[in-house]
Structure formats: structure tokens, C-alpha cells
Write a protein that binds this ligand. Structure first.
Ligand SMILES: Cc1ncc(COP(=O)(O)O)c(C=O)c1O
Length: 411
């Protein structure tokens, strides 16, 4: 894994050059586009700080990245910033997920939800067009710990869900029970399976056992394709673990979802959809005639500034810098776990992730509220999670542990 770190000056000059390669609404007014710079009464473009603020300058310039820019034609008026989007997709595909050059399509989506649904949409249409499947012959398979965008996607796309139970301690899919459910689904006429593997889950940071799941699917001779939901763990797990199954080297994996607006701390609206080449065409909307190169994405218009923000963060760290940051967060998580263990407290943690999910016993509602801990279920919490991010410093964790000690003392 390697991508170069750029200096602040280089980042600035690349982004300003990219903006310069886009059409400037002021210099050459595009009278046919329903687009313009941001309202100049509110977002004035001569604000002095903008000259040193490439992301804000891109916001004000307001490029629309409608469509997908890793294949076919694209709207030429935004070619400068589209190039940065292509570069960030390439970094994620080849350097983070081991793809061969030019073997993956992708775009910056509104978030993990959209990237997941985009993948289901592509695969559903693939099964329908290539395997002649009807809607009731396709199902999405995912674990009970998967994000709620899975049932949301199934509902929107009119395909059924098969939900695999997980072991309450290890959070791993119960493979025997999964096989029984898959056999039953086959009996009901389901012939094509879109299988979601979590890298990692939202609540636990658990990572699905891909090898066992593939064994289960293959032992039943099923027709399946895998989508990896890396919306939470996509910028963590590949940096903490070498796992070729969670990469494009695994022939079953068709797509990944990532969310730069989680661990990468980029602005909201920075999900990333990565799809092996040869598949995104199944989601092409041929009626998108006014979009140059047609539209292969779920969303339609989307801000080019979001792509620039992701590109800037990736370039500001480089691969080595990002790995070091993840190591630092994992050290802090490790330390928290050691402190909890010392106190005899029960929790779940995947050893290569930065989420610690606590059993509720020592955590009163007021303590949970003080630290904004997130429950698995707001009605009746069985777990509370702590996510060790940049702002969750040793000092804050110390204070949290002091408060836990007080609760333990008071019984
Ligand atoms: C594992 C996982 N998948 C998908 C999503 C959905 O992401 P978004 O809120 O960006 O749509 C989340 C959000 O927490 C997540 O943790």
C-alpha cells in the first residue's frame, strides 16, 4: 500500500489548478447549464482567506460532479475537479483494496447508505439481466449486526432480506443457522444472493468472517456476489490488518462502500462507492440524456467539493501517515480495554478496531448521557459503545474511567 503525502503548498496548488481547469461561471458564462457559482451576496468570492483555502474555494466555485467519471464521457466543464475524484477512487481501489489499475469504477456518494444501495442496485440488475432472475429470485443476505441501510435498500429495490444471527459474544455469523436459512430460501425459489460482509459493524466494530461465509455459500453451490460494507471500517481495518479476502483480490467481492465522513473526518456527503469494472453499467440510466456520458449513480447532482475534501485528506497524510494515525487510535483503544478489564467490566472489541462496546451494568443512564454513549437500542439499551476517534483523548478516557469507578463504588 502506498500513496504519496503532499505538502500543504502542493495540495493548494493542485486543487487551485483543478478549479482553474473547470469552467469559471464568471469568465465564460454557461447560459445552458442550470448551475452557477454560490450566491455571491452570501458567499462572496473575493473573501481574502479564500486564496489560501482550497476546499472553501471549491465550494464557492461550486462544480457539479453529476454522473460517474471513471468510465465513458463526463461533463467537460468540470474536468479539473473530476480528475481529483478519479485519483481518490484510484487510491482507494488500488492502494487500500488491492485492485489492479483501472479495474474499478466509483464515485463520491452522499454516504454509506447510498453506496450500499448503489451496490445492491447494480447487483440486482446484474442478476436480472445476466441470469434472467425475477425480483423474487434475488435476496440480500446480511448479519443481524449489519447497518439499517441493508433493509432500507432491500425495501427500495423490492428484494427480500435474509438476516443471519450472530453469536452474542463473538458477534460472528452463526454459519449453521445461515446455511439452514439459505437452504430454506432456495426452497422458496431464491436463486441469486447479494451477500453483505461487514468490515465492520456500526455498533460493535466486528468484522464478518468472510472465509467461513464463502465456505457456507459454496458448500450449497449458490450463485452469489459479495458487497463489503466498509462505511465504518474502510479507513481503519485495511490499515490495521492484512486480509486479502477483504480486497479486490477476492474474486467474489464486487463492491465496497466507504465513508470518508466517519474516520477520515471529511465533511458530510463523502461516502465512496467502489465497484469492480464491468458491473456499474447495470445501473446506467439510459434516459439521462442531458448528462454527458449518461448517469450510472443513484444520486444525480453532487458537489465536486466533496471529492476535493477527500482527496486533500488522503494527500495530507499519505499512506504512511494514515497508517500511523490508525495505530495511534488503536493503541488508545487497547489502553481503554486494559483499564476496563482491570475493573472486571465486560465489553466487546475486535482486536484491530477502535470501537469498544460495553455491557450496560456499570453504566447508568446519566453516565451514558454525560459522554454521549450510543446504545444499540434507545428503548432498552443492552450495549453502549465508545468510538475512539481523534477527539477522544486519553484525558477524556481517564475522566470516563474515574466516573465509572465512582459508579462501581456506589454499587
Ligand atoms: C457499517 C455502516 N454502514 C453504513 C452506514 C451508513 O452511513 P451513512 O450514515 O453515511 O449513510 C453506517 C453509518 O453509521 C455504518 O456504520
Amino acid at each position: 500500500m502506498h500513496w504519496e503525502k503532499y505538502s500543504r503548498q502542493k495540495i493548494n496548488s493542485v486543487v487551485f489548478e483543478a478549479i482553474g481547469n473547470n469552467l469559471n461561471y464568471r469568465d465564460s458564462p454557461p447560459i445552458g447549464l442550470p448551475a452557477s457559482y454560490l450566491d455571491s451576496k452570501v458567499f462572496y468570492s473575493d473573501a481574502p482567506f479564500l486564496g489560501d483555502a482550497p476546499f472553501m474555494s471549491t465550494m464557492v466555485a461550486n462544480p457539479n460532479h453529476i454522473g460517474c467519471h471513471t468510465l465513458g464521457d463526463s461533463e467537460p466543464v468540470f474536468k479539473g475537479t473530476q480528475q481529483l475524484e478519479r485519483e481518490l477512487i484510484d487510491i482507494c481501489a488500488t492502494q487500500i483494496f488491492g485492485a489492479e489499475p483501472d479495474s474499478v469504477d466509483g464515485y463520491v456518494a452522499s454516504g454509506g447508505t447510498e453506496a450500499n444501495i448503489q451496490a445492491f442496485w447494480v447487483m440486482r440488475n446484474y442478476f436480472m439481466e445476466v441470469h434472467g432472475a425475477s425480483l423474487d429470485e434475488i435476496a440480500i443476505v446480511y448479519s443481524a449486526d449489519a447497518h439499517y441501510s441493508m433493509p432500507k435498500g432491500g425495501n427500495l429495490l423490492c428484494i427480500q432480506s435474509i438476516v443471519a444471527d450472530v453469536d452474542q459474544e463473538t458477534r460472528l455469523i452463526d454459519q449453521d443457522q445461515l446455511k439452514a436459512k439459505l437452504k430454506e430460501a432456495e426452497k422458496q425459489g431464491i436463486k441469486n444472493f447479494i451477500v453483505v460482509m461487514n468490515m465492520s459493524t456500526t455498533m460493535f466494530g466486528s468484522v464478518d468472517d468472510m472465509a467461513s461465509t464463502i465456505d457456507s455459500l459454496e458448500s450449497l453451490g449458490l450463485n452469489f456476489k459479495i458487497h463489503v460494507d466498509g462505511a465504518y471500517g474502510g479507513f481503519i481495518y485495511p490499515f490495521s490488518t492484512e486480509d486479502p479476502l477483504y480486497s479486490f483480490q477476492n474474486k467474489h467481492v464486487i463492491s465496497f462502500s466507504l465513508d470518508a465522513h466517519k474516520m477520515l473526518q471529511s465533511p458530510y456527503g463523502t461516502g465512496i462507492a467502489l465497484i469492480r469494472k464491468g458491473y456499474i453499467e447495470y445501473a446506467m440510466t439510459k434516459e439521462a440524456n442531458y448528462v454527458k456520458g449518461k448517469d450510472y449513480t443513484l444520486v444525480g447532482s453532487r458537489s465536486g467539493a466533496n471529492a476535493v475534501a477527500i482527496w486533500m485528506i488522503l494527500r495530507a497524510y499519505g499512506s504512511a501517515g494514515w497508517k500511523a494515525k490508525i495505530e495511534e487510535l488503536l493503541d488508545r483503544t487497547e489502553w481503554l480495554c486494559a483499564q476496563l478489564t482491570k475493573r472486571g467490566l465486560k465489553f466487546y472489541r475486535h482486536p484491530r478496531m477502535n470501537i469498544v462496546t460495553l455491557k450496560p451494568e456499570p453504566i447508568s443512564l446519566s453516565l451514558a448521557a454525560k459522554y454521549f454513549l450510543v446504545p444499540d437500542d434507545h428503548e432498552s439499551p443492552s450495549w453502549w459503545k465508545v468510538v475512539v476517534m481523534d477527539h477522544v483523548t486519553e484525558g477524556i478516557l481517564d475522566q470516563f474511567l474515574i466516573d465509572i469507578d465512582k459508579e462501581l463504588k456506589n454499587g
